[in-house]
Design a protein around this ligand. Structure first.
Ligand SMILES: *[C@@H]1O[C@H](CO)[C@@H](O)[C@H](O)[C@H]1NC(C)=O
Ligand SMILES: *[C@@H]1O[C@H](CO)[C@@H](O)[C@H](O)[C@H]1NC(C)=O
Ligand SMILES: *[C@@H]1O[C@H](CO)[C@@H](O)[C@H](O)[C@H]1NC(C)=O
Ligand SMILES: *[C@@H]1O[C@H](CO)[C@@H](O)[C@H](O)[C@H]1NC(C)=O
Ligand SMILES: *[C@@H]1O[C@H](CO)[C@@H](O)[C@H](O)[C@H]1NC(C)=O
Ligand SMILES: *[C@@H]1O[C@H](CO)[C@@H](O)[C@H](O)[C@H]1NC(C)=O
Ligand SMILES: *[C@@H]1O[C@H](CO)[C@@H](O)[C@H](O)[C@H]1NC(C)=O
Ligand SMILES: *[C@@H]1O[C@H](CO)[C@@H](O)[C@H](O)[C@H]1NC(C)=O
Ligand SMILES: *[C@@H]1O[C@H](CO)[C@@H](O)[C@H](O)[C@H]1NC(C)=O
Length: 716
């Protein structure tokens, strides 16, 4: 008899596998095993077993049952049944309907139920169906409106159009998103997005275990959540907020069925709305909240400095090492960093040399949980207060007086240094063992610098190639590595090498006798390009107020031309276009001869040649003008004088040192580049020709944006 049953089961599996591969329903007596899938009738979603984890022999794969986008070859999941209970051996598991009517994952080897829908049902007169919107439902076979259970009620990290985020008041069900633990472990992680449990009509993002909300969507005003104004207006979806006796929830619906959208509580602690670009077969981030990665509460963990303008965003403070390198590489940096050398506080009695030292981190937002020491009226006293208590980890002395910290340092964020200002932050003095200070000094010579994903226009060809390989097909990392060893002058570094050589990347952009080394490092999810030290920092250091050095006109023009050439290469000469998406002065590094190099491809996108349609849909989100350009130096109320008096527009710090012909070209091209109609804007290649004087331009119309700014500044 058991043999017969087994045979039966075997035959039904074969059936699903072969003849019913595109079915969207499981009925009693049927089972989903191995590579079987349910596919929604519109072909959009698939349900089946999948695995995560690397292919290296020593790691055991985690198997899950889940739903993913059927068109996306990367199996981007939208729902997972057994996130906290992965299967080690999926060959003995099956998805079926149990005798009591629930949909279950059975482990045949142990006869155990790994997961169940746990609906209130006692007989197997039920069927499970994968709907066109990605919702998996369990319903009575006799009555299709009697839904016993649905995956939309138990979301994991993804909120699909048509699902609800919020409460069912009668049952107490709270539908919220919880991030996964890391990129391969689908266990519930640290962050959640939910309707405010305190009752206001807004959604919030919370650090789960501490219940600290660190981002608020703002109150629903009938059209959108007030702190997310970009939700209003032309969108591929509309929003609905419902609050009545039975339920209170937020939902969204696609206006055009062919658009593919997902909203995810990301491992990074940001919620992200993605849109699928069919042309590039990839996802585009449409919104991210909080907008800046560094605004995620404790997102980089203790003893780190978070920098939104660099990749990786999280870096250990000097003297600290990554606490859990494996998690860190898998996108979960919340464990932060730990001391390289323990503090020597108790030795204070013996010799002077063992007393702890402080080192400064400038222009940062100060950590949370500070103690204000009013008695300490100068920096020296403040330092003494901190030194005299072994649990003191840092101090800062500034306009607000003396602050000390007695615990882990969280939420330290790099700010723009603008001379003397202490307004957004200050200088943090972090306590280190004296030995650490010593070893740091000895190590500084001969180190190289790792700048994440920077690229030099001079060495553009080999590096851009490497970049393309990485970013386009992350999994080809090893291929790039092997190839690169072949003698084209690019050196592959291991991540550990870099970490060691740069003291956990703390020496980035440090001052010292650094040599020129060019290469890269490739390690699971971390990619670095290593290249020669850029003694002249980034362009913003030279352009904005409070910066000491004034670049002369020729240098400025050469920089502009160099950047234009670099971008023209990225946009037009590579087979797959690279949109940098974040060109701003901070990302333009200058070598000793002020030759510019474009850095930080953190927001870069690879687009295939037929991307124009995609861009048209995305307009308004892809483009980014750094606020400095709008409010500060580059554009002034004098725009309306554009036609008459180019000379008066030029930075007054140049004191008239300016080539008027070049200035006119630059102004014209700038104005053409910000035209309202994107078809009017020149290609990057044309920009180069214009700047070089090889192509003439007519007078541009004044774009709306500039008009608005000009009016604004006049009315102040
Ligand atoms: C439904 O459950 C009954 C026992 O409750 C069982 O005898 C029957 O075989 C099941 N039907 C199917 C199709 O599995
Ligand atoms: C695999 O595990 C064995 C034993 O634990 C170890 O000796 C070996 O170095 C590991 N291999 C890799 C590639 O990690
Ligand atoms: C699984 O359960 C069935 C019936 O409940 C039993 O006959 C069978 O021996 C069990 N198999 C294992 C491996 O425990
Ligand atoms: C089908 O189920 C719905 C929802 O439970 C119920 O309101 C309706 O009466 C049922 N119809 C029949 C014919 O049983
Ligand atoms: C949250 O806290 C619980 C209980 O203290 C613990 O089991 C769980 O691992 C924590 N989760 C995270 C993501 O730290
Ligand atoms: C939102 O769009 C859906 C689908 O087009 C439509 O059915 C619904 O009525 C719209 N809701 C609002 C509030 O506009
Ligand atoms: C320990 O260090 C503090 C702070 O520098 C100093 O005031 C104190 O005298 C030292 N104690 C001893 C025993 O050296
Ligand atoms: C150090 O500071 C902490 C926090 O204020 C305090 O609890 C502790 O008693 C202090 N230790 C000493 C030795 O003063
Ligand atoms: C620095 O920034 C602050 C605030 O952003 C501003 O008020 C101040 O004027 C700036 N300082 C200089 C020297 O530009």
């Amino acid at each position: 008899m058991p043999l017969f049953l087994t045979l039966c089961r075997f035959l039904t599996s074969i059936c699903i596998l072969s003849c019913c591969g595109a079915m969207d329903t499981i009925a009693p007596g049927q089972a989903l095993v191995g590579k079987d899938r349910l596919v929604s009738s519109n072909g959009q979603f698939a349900l089946g077993f999948f695995n995560t984890g690397s292919k290296s022999p020593n790691t055991t794969l985690n198997w899950y049952l889940g739903i993913w986008f059927n068109r996306d070859p990367k199996l981007t999941q939208v729902w997972v049944a057994n996130g906290d209970n992965p299967l080690r051996d999926h060959t003995s598991s099956e998805l079926t309907i149990s005798n009591n009517g629930n949909l279950v994952i059975l482990n045949q080897a142990t006869n155990s139920t790994v997961w169940s829908t746990q609906a209130h049902t006692t007989t197997n007169n039920t069927v499970a169906i994968l709907l066109n919107n990605g919702n998996l439902i369990l319903q009575k076979s006799s009555n299709s409106s009697d839904v016993l259970w649905q995956s939309f009620d138990y979301p994991t990290d993804t909120f699909l159009p048509g699902a609800k985020l919020g409460w069912d008041k009668a049952s107490g069900l709270n539908r919220r998103l919880v991030s996964r633990k890391n990129l391969i472990d689908l266990t519930p992680g640290r962050y959640s997005e939910e309707l405010d449990p305190s009752g206001t009509n807004q959604y919030i993002i919370t650090l789960l275990n501490s219940s600290i909300p660190y981002w608020f969507g703002g109150i629903w005003n009938g059209k959108y959540f007030t702190l997310v104004p970009e939700m209003e207006g032309a969108q591929p979806f509309n929003l609905t907020f419902v609050s009545n006796d039975q339920e209170k929830y937020f939902t969204y619906n696609l206006l055009d069925e062919t658009t593919v959208v997902r909203h995810v509580m990301d491992v990074s602690g940001q919620v992200k709305t993605f849109i699928w670009l069919e042309s590039s077969q990839d996802w585009l981030v449409y919104y991210a909240q909080p907008r800046a990665r560094c605004d995620v509460y404790a997102g980089c963990g203790p003893f780190t400095v978070c920098n939104d303008n660099e990749l990786p965003h999280c870096n250990c403070m000097k003297g600290f090492l990554i606490r859990s390198p494996k998690d860190w590489d898998l996108g979960d940096q919340t464990d932060g960093c730990m001391r390289n050398i323990p503090l020597n506080c108790v030795d204070n009695k013996s010799t002077g040399s063992s007393i702890d030292k402080f080192y400064s981190i400038q222009c940062v937002t100060l950590p949370h949980n500070a103690y204000n020491i009013e008695a300490a009226t100068n920096a020296g006293k403040c330092e003494t207060v901190c030194l005299s208590n072994c649990s003191c980890t840092a101090y800062s002395y500034g306009n607000g007086g003396c602050f000390v910290w007695y615990s882990e340092l969280l939420n330290v964020k790099q700010q723009q240094c603008n001379g003397t200002s202490d307004i957004n932050g200050g200088t943090l003095y972090v306590r280190l063992a004296a030995k650490e200070e010593q070893s740091r000094k000895n190590n500084i010579r001969g180190m190289m610098i790792a700048i994440s994903l920077g690229v030099s226009s001079a060495i553009m060809f080999p590096l851009a190639l490497v970049l393309m390989i990485w970013w386009n097909k992350k999994k080809r990392c090893n291929f790039a590595l092997n190839n690169a060893q072949g003698g084209n002058g690019i050196i592959p570094f291991t991540y550990t090498d870099l970490q060691r050589a740069t003291k956990s990347f703390s020496e980035k952009l440090g001052e010292g006798g650094f040599g020129s080394l060019i290469g890269f490092s490739c390690n699971s999810n971390k990619k670095y390009l290593v290249y020669e030290y850029m003694p002249n920092h980034s362009l913003d250091k030279h352009l904005f107020p409070g910066n000491a050095n004034i670049l002369n006109w020729d240098t400025r023009y050469q920089i502009a031309l160099g950047v234009a050439k670099g971008l023209a290469y990225l946009h037009e000469s590579c087979r797959d276009c690279i949109m940098h998406c974040d060109v701003k002065p901070e990302n333009i590094l200058l070598d000793e001869s002020f030759i510019p190099k474009i850095a930080d491809f953190g927001m870069a996108k690879f687009l295939h040649r037929d991307f124009s349609r995609a861009l048209t849909t995305m307009r308004g989100t892809i483009g980014y003008l750094a606020p400095e350009w709008i409010s500060g130096v580059a554009i002034t109320p004098k725009v309306d004088l554009l036609i008459g008096n180019v000379g008066s527009m030029v930075d007054h710090k140049l004191h008239g040192d300016v080539n008027l012909k070049e200035a006119e070209r630059a102004c014209k091209v700038a104005c053409w580049c910000v035209q309202d109609n994107e078809a009017d804007r020149p290609m990057m290649g044309e920009v180069v020709q214009i700047l070089e004087g090889l192509k003439e331009l007519g007078m541009p119309p004044v774009p709306k944006l500039l008009q608005a700014i000009a009016e604004d500044s006049h009315s102040v």
